[in-house]
Design a protein around this ligand. Structure first.
Ligand code: ADP
Ligand code: ZN
Length: 527
């Protein structure tokens, strides 16, 4: 490894500027590589310490390190923090006034900046490219590099223009960084940014201090309140909801129950959002109730729990969002409540979403992977890491490890359910959602059963061995296994190609007991 003749040593900068004694795992190698002029692709989990991997090389190398970041709302904070540490930093984005922008440009051109943060859309303009050509660029850092991947969950078209950087400045080293790294995304980043010959640094994605838990959704707000009261009273947390309306409702509910909660979503005006973000960062024990608009780049080390009241759209999203818990390495909880309705709702969103078929197929694949994680009877962490192409052993710190779900032979139950779907379709030309199917299996004489004369079906009342909630669990798990599919606006259930094997008795179906249903079934002492 060549060490630079001129300028300070990386380890000096670490100590002097950032005040840390030693590098974290992976940092030194990456920094040495970039300082020596190499290209790098860095895959490292949230909180792993990616920023130093480009900040230190920018300080060691001559010229200005140009950082491309989509986090416009955080640029001011990042630059303030660097300035406070004595680093000469500036940013250019759309929120700035003309005069301010001119001053930053001037500083860059005259070589007075160590770091320049740029919003990706800036690079669309020839003016910005000309500006960069007038100064000396020491490196390009592409933060949140997964935004270039259409496969991923956070695609930003402006990122596609970043390939021009290498074409125009082939001699300037590039370092791309992301905390998202499924093998697909990794491949796509490499191809789109032309990083085939870069060195790839892949850190472990395990976050051992985070305890992963996923449970069926019954009364989500109450379940959340119980979690906070029993385990995280007075501690900082983030609660994710899918819609703005539910963000408002949940925040109000928590406030009524004495929890210091704040809403955050794109429907609030910029000033309110900024104020809520600032309170969350500065005050102790605040709970931010938010849509996924909140959180990227937020560096709050002591977030003790991340709760999801709705199913995330992908495992990547889930991992990023839960990764905001426990950055300080202390124990933290990632808790998710999900139910059948989540699956129905998301299927509907995919079916009605804009974009081509390929886009819909990708979203459907994301949803299936997320469902498989929810319904697994084995270690959540092993599943999660496997999704990122990494291996692990059962962790002992997730719900399925701590409280292994019992599995049962659900073949007959699955056959009963699937044949009800089949009969309705074949004999009546009808399709229904889970509610009606379960009423039929349980032999309930509801109004809708009478209306459609479903009591005369041969399958009517053949499923009384299970309770309503248990049947819902069966439906969820069959969906997760691809043995059943949901379609249309009303959550209609339909068979899949794989259903036939179950109906013919060629394929056994092992199911897991839902933890809550199990508890209710038994005397308390054995639970
Ligand atoms: P990432 O971008 O990977 O999510 P950050 O770069 O924001 O992570 O770093 C996460 C936290 O770890 C920050 O508070 C940062 O100051 C701290 N950190 C990074 N490197 C070190 C180190 N070598 N020693 C101590 N703390 C570090
Ligand atoms: Zn585990």
């Amino acid at each position: 490894m060549t060490s630079p003749e001129r300028g300070p040593q990386a380890s000096d900068v670490l100590r002097r500027v950032f005040g840390y004694d030693s590098f974290r795992e992976g940092q030194q190698e990456i920094i040495d590589h970039v300082v020596a002029g190499g290209d790098a692709l860095v895959l490292m989990p949230t909180g792993g310490g990616k920023s130093l991997c480009y900040q230190i090389p920018a300080l060691v190398r001559q010229g200005t390190g140009v950082v491309i970041s989509p986090l416009i709302a955080l640029m001011q904070d990042q630059v303030d923090a660097l300035t406070a540490a004595g680093v000469r930093a500036g940013f250019l984005n759309s929120t700035q006034e003309q005069g301010e922008r001119a001053a930053v440009e001037e500083a860059f051109v005259s070589g007075e900046l160590d770091l320049l943060y740029l919003a990706p859309e800036r690079l669309r303009s020839e003016q910005t490219l000309r500006l960069l050509a007038r100064g000396a660029v020491s490196l390009f850092a592409i933060d949140e590099a997964h935004c270039v991947a259409q496969w991923g969950h956070d695609f930003r078209p402006d990122y596609l223009t970043l390939s021009t950087l290498h074409e125009r400045w082939p001699e300037v080293p590039r370092i791309a960084l992301t905390a998202t790294a499924t093998p697909e995304t990794h491949k796509e980043i490499t191809a789109r940014l032309g990083l085939e010959r870069a060195r790839h640094f892949v850190a472990s994605f395990d976050r051992p201090n985070i305890q992963y838990r996923i449970e069926p959704k019954n009364e989500p707000k109450r379940q959340l309140l119980r979690l906070i009261r029993t385990e995280h009273e007075g501690e900082a947390g983030i609660v994710y909801c899918l819609s703005r309306a539910s963000v408002e409702k949940v925040a109000a509910f928590l406030q009524e129950n004495g929890v210091g909660a704040l809403p955050y979503h794109a429907g609030l005006d910029a000033r309110t959002r900024a104020a809520h973000q600032a309170r969350f960062l500065r005050e102790d024990g605040m709970v931010m109730v938010a849509t996924i608009a909140f959180g990227m780049g937020i560096d709050k080390p002591d977030v003790r729990f991340v709760a999801h009241l709705d199913l995330p759209k992908s495992v990547e999203g889930y991992y990023q969002e839960t990764g905001r818990a426990g950055r300080d390495g202390q124990p933290a909880t990632a808790w998710l409540a999900y139910g059948l309705q989540d699956v129905v709702q998301q299927r509907r969103m995919i079916d009605t979403s804009e974009g081509d078929d390929a886009h819909r197929r990708r979203q459907a694949a994301h949803l299936e992977a997320m469902l498989a994680l929810c319904e697994t009877a084995s270690c959540r962490r092993v599943r999660l890491l496997a999704y990122f192409g990494q291996e692990g052993a059962p962790c002992g710190n997730c719900d399925t490890c701590l409280n292994p779900p019992e599995t049962w032979d659900g073949t007959v139950a699955a056959q009963k359910l699937l044949s009800t779907v089949l009969r309705l379709q074949r004999e009546r030309g009808q399709r229904f959602g889970a509610g009606q199917l379960i009423d039929i299996l349980l032999g309930r004489q509801t109004e809708k059963v009478l209306q459609f004369d479903h009591a005369s079906l041969t399958v009517f009342g053949i499923g009384t061995e299970l309770r309503d909630t248990q049947w819902r669990g069966v439906v969820r798990q069959l969906l997760a296994m691809g043995l059943l599919a949901v379609e249309g606006d009303y959550g209609t259930l339909v068979l899949t190609e794989a259903s036939a094997g179950v109906l013919r008795g060629e394929r056994p179906v092992m199911l897991r007991h839902d933890p809550v249903a199990k508890k209710a079934d038994r005397p308390a002492k054995s639970a």
